[in-house]
Structures are given as structure tokens and as C-alpha cells.
Design a protein. Sequence first.
Length: 556
Amino acid sequence: MGAGRLDHAGLPDAGSWWARPGNAAWWPEAPSGLAFPVTYAGLVRGGWRLDEPDRAPAGLPWPGLVQARAPLAWYDSLACGVGSAADGWDAALAPVTGWPTAGGQQARSVFSMSSGSSGLDESAVALARGDSLYGIGLEALGGTRGAAGGVERMGRHLWGARLRLSRGAHRIRGNVSQRGTAAKLSGGEEQAARGQSGSAEWAWQRDGLRWSAALARGLGRHESFGGGLIDSERDAQETRLSAAVALERGPREIESRVTWSDAEVRRSGYGSFSRQARSFWAVTRGSAPLAGGRLALALGAGRHGGVDRFDVAPSADFARPWGRLAVSLHVERLLTPVWADLAPGFEPFLQHAWVGGARLSGDVAGSWRARAGVRGGRVYSRAVVDRLPLEDLWLRSGLRAEYGTYDFVLGEGGIEHAGRRFDAGLEGFGLAHRRRAAASPAAAGSALNGDPDRGVRAWLGARARLFRGDLGLALRGEAAGVGARQGGTTVARDLPAYVTFTLLGELSIGDVVAVWRLANLEDRLRDAAWTDRSTGRPAVEGRRDLQMHLVWRLFN
């Protein structure tokens, strides 16, 4: 794993890795397990999405349980991509795909344990076993955390199972999971949430022809109460059916897919409502070699009953090598129906956007790698929401349509070196945006600039291996800068830019890796974007935090 151990073993889950300070998808206190709405380039809906192809769908129904994400140690790899018309009503500007640990001829197990400041106590285990004919995986996680940064206590659990069978030309996959979270803020507000989801897929493939069908279903229940809140309960469910046929001839491939969905969201108590939506999406996509690279085109169309609208979305992506580098260009239309969990005075609406971008990455010299990319576009009826630390708090406050347009350009880049003895890197982003919102009293307080307009992260580390390589030692220092942003809900508060420092140490013996992570070395308290009701003032963040993460990979 090399330098990746310090990058990844020192963080609890994939969301935290993606959301570190200095990154474009940063959100506050992600490693602590708080469940702020996840944003990317200023988009709460249609910005960032995590897909886990072999696991039960975690975000079905939306938004799932943000606190109960899978530990990063459960992944073999993670890949960041771009959206496509094939994603239909769930398209995202920045989808991230994570593949679970796969079992080979021998069982592969991963045990992880975390402890540290504020009473952090969490453990997880995953087991995978299989061959070319079958595969099975079992996973379980449970943990709690005490008081920290406006939070009195919180806990989460997750378990899941998956099965894969192959018989001749037939492939069958199935999975199921159950998640639960609970949290209490210092002001007395509490959340309790639980959810179940599962999916099944059948595929037949022979001579380049592939037929497939899939079923997915998810249930979720959120409750919020205490601290002066009126009790509220949200129940949501969604069922999806899909079928596809694909044909592959050499380097050329074409696929057609149809997807049908039936979803329902009900809230009782405060903010009660009941809404149901059925949707249909059909898409054809294909890819073929072109001009020394590969071109992928897709065209989708469908109707969503939640917003009572028929619409069309195309996408195109071209990628090719350029010397030692890889270059890609893409353009797409994103459609995001917002039909439930609406703020008072708002009717269902469709957020839609035209976006495009370019990316360049690869080896530049020896063990040095560099990347640079830009994405931009225009968003109509952008969905915005209050930045609160628990899902049901911002769900019950409701999503709002920012009537008018939101234009943005996001530039990202970085360079890193991973050598035998030293590693170093620098990465950063800049976000330029402009809003042309129509006057709307209901939306007056919803268009706060809650995302940093810039960020940077730098690191420098050293490593050594002793006793014929059996013992590994590593130390790394990191610095991250978070740009200025706004907090509050109906009244904006300016939150200044800041710099934070982290120190990581690693000790490895064989397949056992232990990482100590000392975050916020500066120990300088900062105002958070939300208000602590126990004091009536902004909550605080930025306390020094020490965590220890142990990961033991048993691949024999």
C-alpha cells in the first residue's frame, strides 16, 4: 500500500477520504461521523455520489444514512469518474465507485479497530471467499463516540452480506444490508435512524451478447426530537427494476437499458407530508475507438412523476493517451428531481444542468505523478438546504429551489511523489461561481455561500523498513487550507479562511497496519456553520483530536 496506508488507514470511511480539508468535496467534521449534506461544486443534489457495485445500495432511498458509511478498509479500490446519461435521474457531477474486498481461492478477511479522543470506540470485520464459480462476503461494524464539537454522543452500526454464483453463461448476484445511527447534539436535539436495503441481479452472457435484469429495494426511517424540537418521523421506501441488453464486438460496445422506480416519502409530526413518485428512464449508450482514443456516447430519456416532467439527457466522453499522460473530455446534461423533503412554500421542481470538463493526468517524471482538471456549467433551479450536522435536521428544514441560474467553474490539480523513502505532494482547487437568482421571498435565506471558494493540501513524509522488511515505520506531516465561506441559515455569518495541521504515524508488521492520526495540531477553536442551541451561539470545531486506527488484512 505504501503511502496509501497513511492516506487511507488514518481515515474511517470513504466519505472522509473524499472530504478532507483542502479538497473540493470537503464538509465539516467528516472524520467525526457528522452527517452534513454532501456537496460538490456548490451542489447538494447531483454533486457527489458513492456507488458500491457489489454491496446493497447505501443511498436507496435518498439520502440513506450518511453516518453509517462502510469503513475504508473494506474497499479494494476507489475510482473517481464523471456522470453519464446512463445514470438517469440519479446522475451526479462526481460519482465515486468503490469495489469491496474480493475473495480468491483463499479467504480474505479484514479486521479494523479505531479508538481515540472523545470516546471513539469502533470495530469492524469483513470476510470474503470465492472462486470463478461462487463468492460470498460478510461484513459487520459497530461503534460509538462521545462529546466533541457541539455533539454529546453518537453511534452507528452496519452489517451486510453478499453472494455471487456462476453457472455456465449465467451470473447471479445478491446482497442485503442493515444500518443504524443515533446522535445527540449538545443542545438536546437527537436523531435516531435505521435502514435496510438489498438488490439482486441476473445476467447471461455468450459470444459478446449480454442480457441482464436487476431488482433493488431500500427502506429508511429517521426520527428527530428533543432540544425544543417538535417530534418528527420520516419513513421512506423505494423499489427499482431494470433490464438491459448489450452487444460487444471487439473494441466496440453498445447497450440499451430501461429502469423503473416507485418511491414514497412520508413525514409525521412536525412538517408532515406524504408524497409518492414513479419514474421511468430508457438509455442507449455505446463506445468505440476513435482518433487513438475511445469515445463513449449516451442518450437517455424518461418521465418522473414526482415533478410531472418528461426530459432528455445526452452525454459524451472522450479519452486517449497523450505520451505518458492521459487526457479526457466530457459533456453531459444532469437531471435531478427534487420532489420530497421540501421547505414550506415550495413545490416539487427539477434541478437541471449542462456541465462539461477536461482532465489531464499521468506520470511526469520517475515516481512523480500530476493531474489537473476543470469542470464547469450552468445549473437551473439549484437545490439548496440548511447546513446542519444530522440528516433529519436538514431534511425536516427542507430543500429549496434557487430560482434562476447558478454558473460555476471548478479547477482542481495536484502533484505527488511516492518514493521508497520519501513522499510529498501538493493539491488544491478553486471554485468560481455566480448566481442569477430571481427574487423569491421564500428563498431569500437559502442561497448562502456555504462552500469554500478555494482550498489547498500539502504533505511531506518519510518511511523506512527494518528487520529485512518485516517492520515498517512512517511519519507524515500535513497542512490544509480551507477558504472563506458562509454559515447560518436565514442570516448569513462570514466564516474566515483557516489553516489546519495534521501529524500521522504508521507502524506495520506484515499485514498489520497501525496509524496514529493527530488532527488539528493548532488546537484553535473556530465557529462552525451551525448553531449550538445549548449556548445560542455558533458551535465550535477545531479541537485537537488523536485517533488510532488498526487494520489487519488476513489474506491467507
